[in-house]
Design a protein around this ligand. Structure first.
Ligand SMILES: C[S@@+](CC[C@H](N)C(=O)[O-])C[C@H]1O[C@@H](n2cnc3c(N)ncnc32)[C@H](O)[C@@H]1O
Length: 223
C-alpha cells in the first residue's frame, strides 16, 4: 500500500517502493528546496535566536548535521568552525558556498568521539537534527559531544509538538523528520545524556509567524 501525505515542501511518500522514496529524498532534500522553497512556504525562517546563544565568546564550533551551511549565515566571530554532515549533496553545496571562508572546515561523515576529541569544540550546534533521529541515537550523539575536553555549550533547534497549537503540530507531523517530540521529550533526552538545561524555549520560526514554533535549548555539560 502506498501512503501519500503532504509536507512542508510537497508530498511525503511513505511506501515500500524504493525509487519513489529516493526520488523524494532527491527532490525534497535538494539544497535549493531546503534553502529557498522551505522558508517561503513557512513565511521566512529566522534562526538568529539560536545563534545568539553563542554570542560573547570566540568559540571553536562543531556543527553536527550542518546541512548546506545555514549556521554560517549567522555566525561570524569564531575561532574555528567545523561542520559535519552525512549527506554528500548538502556537503558539496556547502563547500561551494563557504569552502573558502577562513577558519571554516567542512567534513562529510559521522562524528565519533575521535573527531570530537581532535576538534575539541567549546560549543556544538545541533540545528534541526534531533527530530531526525530516535531517542537512543539522540542521547548517544549528545554523549559523544561531551568527549570534547573544552565543551561549554550545546545549542539545539527542532520542530516540536505543543498542546493546542494545531497548525504547528500538523506541519511538524508532516515534516521529513520522523522523531518530532514534545518539549519535555527533548529535555528528557538532554538530561539523560548528562547535560544541564540552561534554557529551553519555544521560539517563533520567524518574528512575523505566529503559527510555527521551534524548540531551542541551551545545554551545558553537568560537571
Ligand atoms: C534538517 S537538516 C538541518 C541542516 C542545518 N543544520 C540547518 O540548520 O539548516 C538535518 C541535517 O542533519 C544531517 N544529519 C542527520 N544525522 C546526522 C549525523 N548523525 N551526523 C551528521 N549529520 C547528520 C542530515 O544529513 C541533514 O543534512
Amino acid at each position: 500500500m502506498i501512503h501519500v501525505r503532504f509536507g512542508f515542501c510537497g508530498p511525503v511518500l511513505a511506501c515500500p517502493v524504493v525509487p519513489l522514496g529516493s526520488l523524494y529524498q532527491r527532490v525534497l532534500g535538494h539544497p535549493f528546496v531546503y534553502n529557498q522553497v522551505r522558508p517561503r512556504v513557512l513565511g521566512g525562517i529566522d534562526m538568529s535566536p539560536l545563534y545568539e546563544r553563542l554570542r560573547g565568546t570566540r568559540h571553536t564550533i562543531l556543527d553536527v548535521g550542518c546541512g548546506t551551511g545555514d549556521a554560517l549565515r549567522y555566525l561570524e566571530d569564531f575561532d574555528e568552525y567545523v561542520g559535519y554532515d552525512t549527506d554528500p549533496v548538502a556537503v558539496d553545496y556547502m563547500r561551494q558556498t563557504y569552502g573558502s571562508r577562513p577558519r571554516v572546515r567542512i567534513e562529510h561523515g559521522l562524528v565519533t568521539t575521535r573527531e570530537v576529541k581532535e576538534i575539541a569544540p567549546t560549543a556544538a550546534i545541533l540545528a534541526g537534527v534531533l527530530h531526525h533521529v530516535p531517542d537512543d541515537y539522540a542521547r548517544a550523539l549528545l554523549e559523544t559531544l561531551q568527549a570534547g575536553p573544552r565543551l561549554t555549550r550545546v545549542v539545539t533547534q527542532d520542530i516540536v509538538y505543543v498542546p493546542g497549537r494545531h497548525v504547528n503540530n500538523a506541519l511538524s507531523w508532516l515534516d521529513r523528520g520522523k522523531f518530532c517530540r514534545k518539549k519535555e521529550g527533548y529535555e528528557h533526552i538532554a538530561r539523560s545524556a548528562g547535560l544541564r538545561i540552561e534554557a529551553s524555549d519555544l521560539v517563533p520560526s520567524h518574528p512575523a509567524n505566529r503559527f510555527v514554533v521551534y524548540l531551542m535549548m541551551t545545554l551545558a555539560p553537568d560537571k
